[in-house]
Write a protein that binds this ligand. Structure first.
Ligand code: NOJ
Length: 538
């Protein structure tokens, strides 16, 4: 069970309104007691923060807003001392435009050797004033920006799949490959246990930079990215794997492979390359029994031949929190539908989120928990426009609400903002405003309340650790009506999720280990899940 820490929003120790490494260190006991196996820390490197740290200007240091390298080293050691492994986020597809290589590429003009480390191209048309390709960015806007030559004349264009402040690296260049091998060693030398690889499928572009063609399998139809030459990707991650294997212990490589098609997604996984990747198909899946079951089956089917553990993810720092999503009529996630901002029934969403937690934690493989999910936080959708920070909001011309709503600082304690996120002596408010209603969602308010989301997660994680049937292994569907998901985890645990609108009888069991909501004698109410102890032959 891997817990995602978004450092800006986890806990602020120095009172500047932004979370920091000291804040993470101060709450390691909370994470250990919650029962997490590892933390994945979103980028903490020096960055101008054009994309909240996913625009890195130095891969071997820590941004002062988060602390120092010495503090990062202390965090790694202290996490290990409480048996928590540390996974850091590596951003290899692009850097920041403040990165020294990119600065040298601009300053040195068209002949600068550093230009070859990126994708500089002349424009099309007689004056070169048309972009080299018409690719669209998932952040809105274009994927090319024109440079100005040192003499002041309009120059070449450079590629940035995300914001203009995030130039894409050219992974065909040996210096780029060597640099990232070295970055990997830098952090492995500091004891990290794994890496989460940002935009892991986008690194190797088709060098001919072809125009978008929906019939061309070299394009990701969802995002229109030239998504690549798979052999090139395999080659990179095999190299990283070998580097990581040179260190004692197991180091995990987790890819962010955002592809809707499970088969294409699984092509990126190999035991000696990327071990696992986030299951975005499951994350985006509707709260609907047939679709969920098909998604689970398909996930397990495509993972088996590549011997990769399946992953189960409900939320992260890029998507609408699932308490909100599951409270909507359309319970799927997509960046397109997010723009519609439809109303959400948070009580219903919370009930379903509780059931979804038990579903995820009972499925075979590894589960990811995005900070605040264990508190039942919802998407904050009413952040005043002038306080919104996300590049998606700005780049889309304010059409896309952006991702700030899932990044609001965590509530730890107290009756009003900053809810213990910052110390009482803080000299700035939290970097995004927290809803006053979160006073019931603080860690303090939920601790000891047996009906709280936090205690549900604590208990589920305790059982998951204690029971051999959970975690790795296989899944066996049990007979059930089509609106119910019921499966056994051999030898002796079953998980039942009622997605129908009526209460249903539980299958035969010896004991109820945990339920996501109150049961009606032996009936499982709608949108409720239960873990059962079953006989070995059930
Ligand atoms: C995926 C990350 O999760 C997201 O937050 C970021 O904006 C893009 N990659 C670009 O780095």
């Amino acid at each position: 069970m891997i817990y995602q820490i978004y450092p800006r929003s986890f806990a602020d120790r120095n009172g500047d309104g932004v979370g920091d490494i000291a804040g993470i260190r101060a709450h390691l006991d909370y994470l250990a007691a919650l029962g997490v196996d590892a933390i994945w820390v979103s980028p903490w490197y020096p960055s101008p923060m054009a994309d909240a740290g996913y625009d890195v200007s130095d891969y071997r240091d820590i941004d002062p807003v988060f602390g120092t390298l010495a503090e990062a080293e202390a965090l790694i050691a202290e996490a290990h001392a409480v048996d928590i492994r540390v996974i850091i986020d590596i951003v290899p597809n692009h850097c920041s435009d403040a990165h020294p290589w990119f600065q040298a590429a601009l300053a040195g003009g068209p002949d600068a050797p550093e230009r070859d480390l990126f994708w500089f191209r002349p424009g099309r048309g007689p004056n070169g004033d048309q972009m080299p390709t018409g690719w669209a960015s998932p952040f809105g806007g274009t994927t090319w920006t024109r440079t100005t030559d040192p003499g002041g004349a309009p120059g070449d264009w450079y590629l940035h799949l995300f914001t203009p402040q995030q130039p894409d690296f050219n992974w065909d260049h040996p210096r780029v490959r060597a640099e990232f091998e070295d970055v990997l060693r830098f952090w492995l030398d500091r004891g990290i246990d794994g890496i989460r690889i940002d935009s892991a499928a986008l690194l190797v572009k088709d060098p001919t930079l072809p125009e978008h063609d929906p019939g061309n399998p070299g394009f990701d139809p969802a995002s229109r990215h030239p998504f690549v030459d798979l052999d090139g990707v395999h080659d990179i991650y095999r190299g990283w794997r070998r580097t990581a294997d040179g260190y004692p212990g197991h180091r995990v490589l987790i890819g962010e492979v955002w592809l809707p098609d499970p088969q294409r997604f699984a092509n990126y996984l190999r035991p000696d390359e990327l071990h696992t990747a986030f299951n975005f198909a499951f994350l985006g899946c509707a709260w609907e029994p047939a679709t969920l079951r098909a998604c689970i089956d398909e996930t397990l089917r495509v993972h088996a031949p590549v011997r990769a553990p399946a992953t189960w993810v409900l939320s992260n720092h890029d998507v609408t929190r699932h308490v909100t999503r599951y409270g909507r009529e359309d319970t799927t996630f997509s960046f397109a539908s997010k723009r519609e901002g439809l109303p959400a029934d948070l009580e219903l969403g919370t009930r379903r989120a509780r059931a979804a937690a038990l579903l995820c934690l009972a499925l075979p493989g590894s589960a990811y928990l995005y900070q605040g999910e264990e508190l039942g936080l919802w998407e904050v959708e009413d952040i005043p426009h002038e306080l919104r920070q996300d590049a998606m909001w700005h780049r889309s011309g304010h059409v896309d609400p952006g991702r700030d709503g899932c990044r609001v600082p965590l509530p730890w304690s107290g009756e009003e903002p900053p809810f213990g996120f910052s110390p009482s002596t803080a000299h700035a408010p939290p970097w995004l405003p927290q809803p006053a209603d979160w006073k019931d969602r603080t860690v303090r308010a939920q601790t000891g309340d047996p009906h709280s989301m936090l205690e549900l997660y604590r208990e589920a994680l305790r059982i998951r650790r204690a029971e051999a049937a959970l975690g790795d292994g296989s899944l066996r569907w049990l007979p059930s009506s089509t609106d119910v998901l019921a499966f056994a985890r051999d030898p002796d645990i079953a998980c039942v999720v009622n997605l129908s609108v009526v209460a249903v009888p539980l299958p035969a069991h010896d004991a109820i280990l945990l339920a996501s909501g109150p049961l009606d004698s032996d009936l499982l109410p709608p949108d409720t899940a239960a873990w059962l102890r079953i006989g070995k032959d059930s």
